[in-house]
Design a protein around this ligand. Structure first.
Ligand code: NAI
Length: 632
């Protein structure tokens, strides 16, 4: 490379190459046993931050910190081990860049070579390209100071170091601190990139040529990227309706640009807001209509942080190649625990007794109160919830009977019933856990109640329209039903401000709950973890496992290959066209996976590394292509 055009990449270490400040970590190690550890660590942090913001003399701050640290040589191996695990994520995933530019990457840091070299060497950065301070030790190996002749130990250290280096070529500085910016300010660098993956220092943001939320962004801007096609920080995520903080954290950690709204947005607002959004996260209130989808030019996936997806126009999503994910099993356990509790409460008439007591009524009696042990629990719908209820109920001594329209394997000692009527006839407790398909409208009505045993306990925690409520009411009043628990209703209030109106109000031994079967902190956390992981899996690998609308494809990893993801309208012959184009360009297919549903076809093709832009163009222009993307 001709010397004039050589490019140098000057990279800061603390909070840039690694996520943390090394001296803070060293303090955690060396002050472990110190009685005033917390005060000392807080002081070190304060001094570090003041230095970073440019408001404290560096040499003074270093001296003070070394004094506070009370460190020794023997602390360094653990420090290095800890820091190796704290390398910034975007540096880890771009190790290829360091490998390909080993003569051009320089670490210039006010930290110490003693720990920097062993860490950056694993990233192909040469020890002689690390410019940093050096510890001084006394005869007992205590760290007592630093080499004061090293320019990096003084206030204007980085600038002076650059002057000494006298680099001939273009210089790009990447760092999070004010002293990184100073290199550019002194006219010694072409550009300064404020690195914000780990910390965001307001004092430098406005001074930077670019803000780099990750190394991906820097590489992308300078056309140096090899590991990923498009920086994740350029992928916009919009999260509405107070999505759980864990989900926000996961998506931010992945590197996406995440925008959060606590409320929902109406159709017009969302249509406006969604234009540049690639991933949308909602809960049950936001309506994702055709109008919204029409203006979503970059949308790849929608995460419904709930169970239901009625609020989303799923077919239109398919037409536009947008994959939708939800969290179908995240609250299974919560529903099951509530059902168990309610069975016991109803069998012992606890609710009415408690209400009576609050009104001053002492009604001590065992009449029509039963243990659950040995009773027959009939579960209608042996899916996720029904099956888990079966296991828990059995452990409490109930005999489990179940009925499902599909063939389901009995768990434990549960007995399968061959008809709904058989289950209704034999059960002391009937619990509904069917799904909400239309055919299940009034699955349980007068005819079914008639078949049940006198005094039966009846639960519906599935869907409101499955039970004929007038028939239910009549059978509670005539004491055919000994107790009932209902969590779901055909018409539910839209918000907590609306009154709950129902024919079931004020009935004896009847528990009414506001659709809270799945409402627990644990379930919310599960949802918050499940949905982002499904979306990230889809974006990173193309896997559509558990997608609500896409054909489900679970894919192997694709090391050493490029993965082409082709979504098209389900028409005959498209796979053949894809393969013809690849054959015409002499591209070797390493693996290929296809799945279709009524509306779309989803084809994943893994090819070996070599391909050119022409192929991509040709694949994109196959007729009926909805979306096409390449993974690296
Ligand atoms: P699932 O889809 O795993 O199981 C439903 C089962 O019901 C399937 O095995 C299906 O074959 C069976 N089924 C459907 N119609 C039937 C019929 N007519 N007779 C017999 N079996 C029938 O669903 P999952 O996750 O177990 O949920 C069950 C229900 O619970 C759903 O309706 C869901 O909406 C509701 N749910 C309620 C919550 C609440 O807060 N109360 C929270 C979570 C789910």
């Amino acid at each position: 490379m001709d010397k004039q055009s050589k490019k140098y990449y000057i990279i800061d270490f603390d909070s840039t190459f690694t996520k943390v400040e090394a001296l803070d970590v060293l303090g955690e190690i060396s002050l472990k046993e110190a009685p005033d550890k917390l005060e000392r660590l807080a002081k070190i942090k304060e001094i570090t931050d003041l230095g970073m913001n440019g408001s404290y003399s560096f040499r003074d701050s270093l001296e003070e910190r070394i004094e506070l640290l009370q460190s020794r040589k023997s602390h360094l191996p653990l420090l290095i081990k800890t820091l190796k695990k704290q390398v910034s994520k975007s540096f880890e995933r771009n190790i290829e860049f360091f490998k390909n530019h080993e003569d051009q990457v320089l670490i210039i840091s006010n930290g110490f070579k003693d720990f920097i070299v062993p860490i950056v060497e694993e990233f192909y950065i040469k020890a002689e390209n690390v410019y940093a301070n050096e510890f001084e030790f006394d005869e007992h190996d205590n760290i007592v100071g630093f080499n004061k002749n090293n320019v990096l130990s003084s206030s204007n250290g980085k600038v002076d170091q650059l002057k000494l280096l006298d680099l001939k070529g273009d210089v790009y500085v990447i760092g999070d601190g004010y002293n990184d910016y100073e290199i550019k300010a002194a006219g010694l660098a072409n550009k300064f990139y404020a690195f914000t993956e780990n910390v965001e220092r307001k004092s430098i943001l406005s001074k930077a040529d670019h803000i780099a939320p990750s190394l991906d962004e820097f590489l992308y801007l300078n056309k140096l990227n090899t590991a990923i096609s498009y920086p994740k920080n350029r992928i916009n995520v919009l999260l509405l309706e107070n999505v759980h903080p864990k989900a926000i954290e996961l998506l931010k950690y992945e590197g996406y640009n995440v925008e959060v709204y606590s409320a929902g947005l109406d159709e017009d607002e969302l249509a406006q807001k969604i234009k540049n959004v690639s991933i949308l996260g909602i809960r049950s209130k936001t309506q994702v209509t055709k109008k919204v989808l029409d203006s979503a030019e970059r949308l790849i996936a929608i995460g419904a942080f709930c169970i239901g997806t009625n609020q989303i126009d799923l077919d239109e999503c398919l037409n536009k190649g947008v994959a939708v994910f939800n969290a179908p099993f995240s609250n299974t356990r919560s529903v099951v625990e509530m059902a168990i509790a309610e069975i016991i409460i109803l069998m012992r008439k606890l609710l009415d007794r408690s209400v009576g007591m609050h009104q001053g009524k002492w009604d001590k009696s065992a009449k029509n109160c039963f243990e659950i042990r040995g009773k027959n629990l009939g579960i209608i719908g042996y899916g996720n919830i029904g099956a888990q209820l079966s296991v828990l109920a059995e452990s409490l001594g109930l005999n489990v009977l179940y009925y499902d329209i599909e063939e389901k394997l009995a768990l434990g000692n549960a007995s399968k019933c061959h008809s709904l009527n058989e289950l209704l006839e034999r059960s002391d407790i009937v619990s509904l856990h069917v799904d909400g398909r239309k055919e299940n409208q009034n699955l349980i009505g007068q005819a079914e109640f008639e078949i049940m045993k006198r005094g039966v306990i009846f639960l519906n925690l599935s869907r409101g329209h499955v039970v004929d409520l007038e028939a239910l009411k009549a059978n509670i009043e005539n004491e055919k039903i000994g107790g009932a628990s209902i969590d779901v209703f055909p018409d539910e209030p839209k918000s907590n401000d609306e009154e709950f109106i129902s024919t079931l109000r004020n009935l004896p031994n009847t528990i009414l709950t506001p659709h809270i079967g799945g409402s627990t902190t644990e379930a919310q956390e599960n949802i918050a973890g499940f949905v982002p992981n499904k979306i990230m899996d889809y974006i990173n690998t193309g896997s559509t496992t558990n997608s609500v609308n896409f054909p489900n494809l679970q894919l192997p990893s694709f090391g050493g290959a490029h993965r082409l993801i082709h979504i098209h309208a389900n028409m005959p012959g498209i796979l053949a066209k894809i393969n013809q184009i690849l054959a015409d360009h002499e591209i070797n297919i390493v693996g290929q996976y296809l799945k279709t549903n009524e509306l779309i076809g989803y084809v994943i093709t893994d090819i070996d590394k070599a391909y050119n832009k022409e192929v991509i163009k040709a694949l994109r222009s196959i007729e009926h292509t909805i979306k096409f993307r390449v993974l690296y």
